[in-house]
Design a protein around this ligand. Sequence first.
Ligand code: THU
Length: 159
Amino acid sequence: MKEIVFQYQVLENASALSSEDAQLLQKARSATSKAYAPYSQFQVGAVAMLNNGETIEGSNQENASYPVGICAERVLLSAASTLYHGVAIKTIAISYHNLKGESKNPVSPCGICRQSLLEQTIRQHQPIKLILSGMEGVVYILEDAAALLPLSFTAADMK
Ligand code: THU
């Protein structure tokens, strides 16, 4: 029998974060206002801190043809790879504003975004730290986004 475990930190709120991480989370919370989410009313903001100190934002962009919509995380990964090609991502903070309900519990990337985050960590040979939270309240910290997708399918499986 084999077992896969991963650990994550749970903070009561953002005040326990380092100032760099607290600022990044604040930017992610602000970036929720740039979402285009008229269908779900669920506005997600994701902000990356790159190895060169630059920050990049992403937000979810929906479409009347629902599957066309894209999550904040993948908007962010595409933007980072284009604007700062070849620069590794150190940390990503993700938040959401639920216009139909509460925004208190941490949001966690969807399955497709986990696959995209995993590929980015492989490309850059460096783990991506995740800071997950709503507009207020509890914050989760994961040291390696790849941990969210155990037994994953990667390019190595096609060799
Ligand atoms: N969404 C994200 O952008 N990121 C997540 O981590 C979860 C879900 C978006 C997709 C869709 O526009 C809306 O949130 C509701 O699912």
